[in-house]
Ligand binder design. Structure first.
Ligand SMILES: Nc1ncnc2c1ncn2[C@@H]1O[C@H](COP(=O)(O)OP(=O)(O)OP(=O)(O)O)[C@@H](O)[C@H]1O
Length: 243
């Protein structure tokens, strides 16, 4: 069976600058891929192309077999996407925003209400359900973003720094949630927290200057006797000649 995420030779250029350079990888059900790289490596741009927010310059991306450019609506149906930053519509309450997302996803009546309640439960948002999103702390805003990505229980999740801004307890909760969902889904998370990779990821892809430099299990990358941080630095620190 084909992988749930299939990326082939994906490239994005902004003018003369190549942000994502010939990136290929596939993600199967049950895998949690940690997408790592220094600032500006091309992680968010790759995720935005998967989510259909940025059009690739060349190459292809498919979600559950649907090409994100040729079949954008079908591809988005299979996908939960957490973008960087906070959700839009800051003046909406949490319940109203998630209700709006449920209606866009095609749910009506009690099914919509149940979906919203379930997503709020997974992300522990019940206590702030009637608060406008703009009045929430950074961590709560992040969880609203996560809740909208999970609402339709998609088989593929693309989460751009899901634990950014969360306190240690919430980080733990979100990692547990990702671990719990993992067997049923293909998940890609970008992160700067290397312990997170050890904690939740079955595989790590390291990218720098738009190119994939490593793609392996965290264990294999670390062996023998190296930490993931050392591997990350060795691969991504600019050499004096390149600088
Ligand atoms: N719309 C755009 N126009 C021009 N350049 C862009 C645009 N979007 C991204 N870039 C550039 O592409 C490069 C990759 O950016 P991207 O946001 O994908 O990196 P990242 O790996 O997610 O970084 P970070 O870890 O800082 O979030 C950066 O140099 C960025 O400035």
């Amino acid at each position: 069976m084909a992988a749930l995420i299939e990326i082939e030779r994906l490239t994005k250029r902004f003018g003369a600058f190549t942000a994502v350079d010939d990136v290929s990888f596939a993600v199967d059900r049950g895998e949690v891929v940690g997408f790592l790289g220094p600032n500006g490596a091309g992680k968010s741009t790759t995720m935005k192309m998967l989510a259909g927010f940025v059009t690739p310059t060349s190459g292809t991306a498919r979600i559950c077999g649907d090409d994100v450019v040729d079949r954008p609506v079908a591809a988005k149906r299979h996908l939960g996407y957490l973008p960087e930053g906070a959700p839009t519509y800051p003046e909406m309450t949490v319940t109203a925003f998630l209700g709006f997302v449920a209606s866009i996803r095609g749910y009506r009546g009690s099914e919509a209400t149940d979906r919203v309640a379930h997503a709020m439960g997974l992300t522990q948002l019940e206590g702030v359900r009637l608060q406008p999103i703009e009045t929430l702390s950074k961590g709560f805003k992040r969880r609203v973003g996560l809740a909208q990505s999970l609402l339709h229980d998609p088989p593929v999740l693309v989460l751009d720094e899901p634990t950014d801004g969360l306190d240690p307890n919430q980080k733990h909760e979100v990692r547990e949630l990702i671990r719990k969902m993992a067997p049923e889904k293909a998940i890609v998370i970008s992160t700067h927290i290397l312990e997170e990779v050890d904690a939740v990821c079955t595989r790590a892809i390291i990218i720098a200057r738009g190119k994939v430099l490593a793609d392996s299990t965290p264990k294999a990358l670390e062996a023998p006797g190296r930490t993931l941080e050392q591997v990350f630095r060795d691969l991504t620190m600019p050499t004096p000649e390149a600088a």
